[in-house]
Design a protein around this ligand. Structure first.
Ligand SMILES: O=P(O)(O)O[C@H]1O[C@H](CO)[C@@H](O)[C@H]1O
Ligand SMILES: [Mn+2]
Ligand SMILES: [Mn+2]
Length: 406
């Protein structure tokens, strides 16, 4: 059988990219700084001590990070036997956002510049806001600023519940985010508002990558919680990804988590939703067990980014990595003759870094399978090497970008 299992640990960067300075991210290192905090006993909430990742280490994580930074991450074992092939890859795309990272992984880097809303306050143009109020018949809106999505709920959640005004916010990413209470505003109404917003942004030529529905529940500040009903409305990738090519050739592409959203459904043949690291893991294993010949099971583990990276929660991130590592042998056991497992990431989100945005970093590329020869695959110039590898593996026409890893 020929099956590829691609696992994106969302935001798990392994050190600042050569061009990180342009992004204000010189010196950032998601993995390295988490390892350092753990080794210093500074990440002992809900877990304890040095970062414990024996299985990721066996697949080459520590060596991949060494390729990126020239250093062994604090407290990690550099002498452990490596049974996978590993590389560090830099990003060709102009942004450090999720769609850019994912599309590049699938062979289509984003070489154009996204539109952004750079103003920290009064971020959205008045004409756009007026159009949304009219089209969605809103009593007004709240926010209209840059913010962390959890901080803004504490600030404006109660007022939103009282007034029925949706909370509009953005970040350094090319996003228009809308937070509304699932019960008082209504989930379906939030989704409709997001559709209206998506259309207005596309027709208005704003070039914004995603509109994101951010539903939440709870009754007062300090008690609000975002739910698993998050929904991303992305624009379509600018050209067919390796996923679309495999689908076109009759193969199966199974999305677990928000993969289908990120690729705007392009190239996806089946989608499975799950909320939380364990549930995403369970769903991934179920899909791996059922995956037919000529298929990709593609999972996005979003919690590393949304629950811990953006929240600047070092101990939470470390605990998530340790959970992932403990369960990794379950995934590896599903890798049969002819199959390949690829573990990677889409950008960084260093939880020790200033602010709450992503960080421009190298990503790990860890390959494992019966046909994979263990050892270094070096420093790669683009995440698209993964897409090119998949194109070659499934005997599809070559992608325009990237060099196959083997
Ligand atoms: O702070 P929250 O709402 O999690 O937002 C984050 O999530 C968005 C999409 O991944 C990013 O643009 C970042 O701003
Ligand atoms: Mn991401
Ligand atoms: Mn993010």
């Amino acid at each position: 059988m020929k099956r590829a299992f691609v696992m994106v640990l969302d935001s798990f960067g392994i050190g600042a990219s050569h061009d990180a300075e342009k992004f204000g991210d010189k010196g950032s290192d998601t993995f390295g700084h988490i390892a350092q905090a753990c080794a210093q006993g500074l990440a002992d909430q809900g877990r304890k001590g040095p970062l414990d990742l024996p299985n990721l280490t066996a697949l080459g994580l520590v060596k991949a990070a060494e390729l990126s930074t020239g250093k062994i991450a604090a407290g990690m074992d550099s002498d452990a036997e490596v049974i996978g092939a590993y590389a560090s890859a830099q990003e060709l795309s102009s942004g450090k956002d999720t769609p850019s990272g994912h599309w590049e992984i699938a062979g289509v880097p984003v070489l154009f510049d996204w539109g952004y809303f750079p103003e920290k306050e009064n971020s959205f143009p008045e004409s756009l806001l007026a159009l949304l109020v009219e089209k969605a018949q809103l009593p007004g809106y709240l926010g209209n600023c840059h913010s962390s999505g959890t901080v803004i709920l504490d600030a404006l959640g109660e007022e939103h519940m009282r007034s029925g005004k949706p909370i509009f916010y953005t970040s350094a990413d090319s996003v228009f985010q809308i937070a509304c209470h699932e019960e008082t505003f209504g989930l379906e109404r939030l989704y409709e508002l997001c559709e209206i917003t998506r259309k207005a942004l596309t027709e208005g030529g704003y070039n914004i990558g995603r509109v994101i529905a951010r539903p939440f529940v709870g009754d007062k500040a300090g008690h609000f919680e975002r739910t698993g009903n998050r929904h991303d409305l992305a624009v379509e990738p600018p050209s067919p990804t390796v996923l679309a090519k495999l689908k076109e050739a009759g193969g199966a592409v199974i999305s677990v988590g928000k993969i289908a959203d990120i690729y705007a459904e392009q190239g996806i043949t089946k989608k499975v939703k799950a909320t939380g690291l364990d549930a995403l893991f369970d769903a991934t294993i179920r899909e791996m067990q059922q995956a037919p010949n000529n298929s990709i099971v593609f999972t996005n583990f979003v919690d590393f980014d949304s629950s811990w990276g953006h929240r600047r929660d070092v101990a939470g991130y470390a605990g998530g990595l340790e959970l992932f590592d403990r369960r990794l042998p379950e995934l590896m056991a599903e890798v049969k003759e002819g199959d390949i497992l690829i573990l990677t990431a889409d950008h960084g989100c260093d939880p020790t870094w200033a602010g709450t945005d992503h960080t421009r970093e190298h990503i790990p590329v860890l390959l494992y399978g019966p046909s994979i020869k263990p050892g270094s695959l070096g420093q790669r110039e683009t995440f698209a090497d993964i897409g090119q590898t998949l194109a070659k593996y499934f005997e599809l026409a070559p992608m325009q970008y990237g060099k196959a890893l083997f």
